[in-house]
Design a protein around this ligand. Sequence first.
Ligand code: NAD
Length: 393
Amino acid sequence: MLKGTVFTVTQFKNYTTFAANQQAITINQFSLTVMSSNNELFAKLASMGHEQVVLCHDEHTGLKAIVAIHNTVLGPALGGTRMWQYVNDEEALIDALRLSEGMTYKSAISGLNLGGGKAVIIGDSRKNKSEALFRRYGKFIDSLGGKYITAEDVGTSKGDMEFIAMETKHVTGLPEHRGGSGDPSPVTAYGVFMGLKAAVKKVYGHDHLEGKKVLVQGTGNVGTNLIDMLIKEGAHISISDIFEDQIQRVTKLHPGVKVVDPAKIYEQEVDIYAPCALGATLNDETIPSLKCKIVAGAANNQLKDTAVHAKMLQDRGILYAPDFLINAGGIINVYSELEGYNRQNALSKTEGIYSQTLRLFDFAEQNNLTTHEAAVQMALRRIDDIRKLRANR
Ligand code: NAD
């Protein structure tokens, strides 16, 4: 049984709300059988504690979207909209659920007055985008009355956010010429840099990066900005990417970096491994091969299984800087947009990731927790404190 969870199916012709424990139901070709017939999925929903999961279907534009609102105790649920060609609806739902839960922890531990939410649009971002689709989606977000605020994510762009903004004010990540915060990647990279330095301080007793060997996996928007900062501090950089043009973006600027074959990345002798590509790179296969002392990078959901793989890293004596803490620069950046954007303010707040990461390492040590467990506990503790504060008013 799902306590406190409401599924809302929103369509522009019909508006239907139904309890999550109802029988299989099909509305205008949008089949929910997959959820209702799969007890494991319901158990997962119950254990993750989402407040609301909203499905949206619009036949005219082909829009199929899922908005997962995990927690709104601290404020409206802010999280990006991902556009991805999922294998099936269940995979899309699971992604939305996992990502939105992560956003709750990210905002809470970063001291933001935001809840956790995330949305997915099911579709190929290279083929299925249109102005009408994003404006329809914008109307749909508007119908949630500000409970969910969206932003860019994988497969969506600032241009898409502009279409959404034509239909709702509950959108961030707009271009700078529209008063928005623009590309969040440099701010995200700065936060990762701060978290990485905090990890170096914990392991080596000082936070100088001169001479430290850092392997950056993924030379995309965040990775390239991070590399610039690391090189300025005298770190020795190895890089890896699956695309040659992405590698060349870095080697043209920094001819001294070492390029590593993606297949050999986990066996490199380095001090720090910085995952800045995709998630789940810390798993049963990779962790035993690692030769680093620190893992600190931007990628979301780096641990394939949070409990198992955080412990495996700890047992191997590798310090893991939790992804959702050190990659929070992006959300800090869009949060600043809500208050009237100022990049300097966003960078100053992002700098706080350094001290928060050190606090986290101490908390984990004192309580005999993995760093991931400690980060989740710190986030939940803040949410609980604020919930009690409100209850006592
Ligand atoms: P991006 O798409 O610009 O870069 C990712 C890079 O990783 C690409 O160059 C891609 O070719 C490469 N890559 C993919 N698979 C690889 C593999 N197996 N080995 C090596 N390289 C591989 O993305 P980004 O904006 O730089 O974000 C990087 C990561 O950080 C993502 O996981 C993203 O979710 C996360 N993140 C980004 C932000 C942000 O502000 N951009 C904020 C928080 C988290």
